[in-house]
Design a protein around this ligand. Structure first.
Ligand code: ATR
Length: 271
């Protein structure tokens, strides 16, 4: 049976095996998908062994996305620009392709599942770390009217904007200097992980704004509460998790699973 897994540290909490089991069931694919733990400096040894044992692909989560970037023989453009790999796929010639499906998962959740529009809209992304970098190319490919990165440390936002300036119209500032009136705001900062709200002026939200937090949990994040109070339509990032998994599955198996049933299952489990 074709063998896949997700590697991380910690890994116990990962929902990826349940997601991929549901995808495999729905699409009739004969495959198994497990969890791999590695010590922080032990990525290469565990992954060497996994592929030597005949595995076909691997998902990669924290803290190993940079290790996987180094490990891959070849990179997709979106992995190269992300500077990180969350999916390794064995190719016909025995080499490993490194991909990054996080941004595509975000975009498909926003467009297909939520029905929000990116094309032609003024889009603001909060944060300038790995989560933001991983999603900039797929977001720019949607051709927003404007993409503005705002970060607590303004210089990091400016650097990211410069790195991606060849791919579309992109601007940057600190959180205290965000222009007014964005139609879509994506929180990719780590603030929600510590229960914090990025200090953003309410004027950053246009009327009818949509607000997306990449974090998910049983309760809405402070950012989601704040945006709801200002009249925005909000979503957490559970759909991005399922969306990135669906992209990996499609890369490996050549079939695209439905995300809605799996999203419903996970949502029930979270509550
Ligand atoms: P990730 O891989 O999740 O993006 P990261 O690379 O460590 O993690 O980046 C974390 C991001 O969240 C950074 O942009 C950070 O801002 P700084 O660059 O100023 O450190 C942002 N961040 C973390 N805590 C925050 C908070 N309480 N308010 C606003 N931004 C926060």
């Amino acid at each position: 049976m074709d063998k896949y897994a997700v590697i991380g540290n910690p890994i116990k909490q990962s929902m990826s095996p349940d997601i991929h089991a549901a995808f495999a069931n729905e699409t009739g694919q004969d495959m198994e998908y497990g969890k791999l733990f590695a010590e922080v400096d032990g990525f290469k040894g565990v992954v060497d062994q996994f592929f030597a044992d005949g595995a076909r692909g691997l998902n990669v989560t924290a803290p190993f996305k940079l290790d996987a970037f180094e490990y891959a023989d070849e990179l997709t453009e979106r992995a190269r620009t992300a500077g990180a790999v969350n999916t390794l796929a064995l190719q016909g010639d025995g080499t490993l392709l490194g991909d990054n499906t996080d941004g595509a998962g975000l975009v498909s959740d926003i467009k297909q599942h939520l029905g929000w529009v990116i094309r032609g809209k003024r889009v603001l992304i909060l944060g300038a770390g790995g989560a933001t970098r991983g999603t900039l190319l797929p977001l720019l490919e949607e051709k927003p009217a404007e993409l503005h990165i705002a970060n607590r440390t303004a210089q990091k936002a400016r650097q990211l904007a410069e790195d991606f300036s060849g791919y579309g119209s992109i601007t940057a500032s600190g959180l205290d200097a965000v222009p007014d009136g964005f139609e879509l705001i994506i929180n990719a900062s780590a603030a929600s992980l510590s229960g914090e709200l990025p200090p953003l002026s309410p004027r950053a939200l246009a009327e009818g704004c949509c607000a997306y937090d990449m974090v998910y949990g049983a309760q809405p994040t402070p950012f989601m509460h704040w945006a709801t109070g200002l009249g925005a339509e909000v979503s957490d990032g559970l759909g991005m998790l399922v969306g990135q998994a669906a992209e990996s599955f499609a890369l490996w198996r050549g079939v695209r699973p439905r995300v809605e049933p799996v999203l419903g299952m996970l949502r029930e489990r979270l509550l």
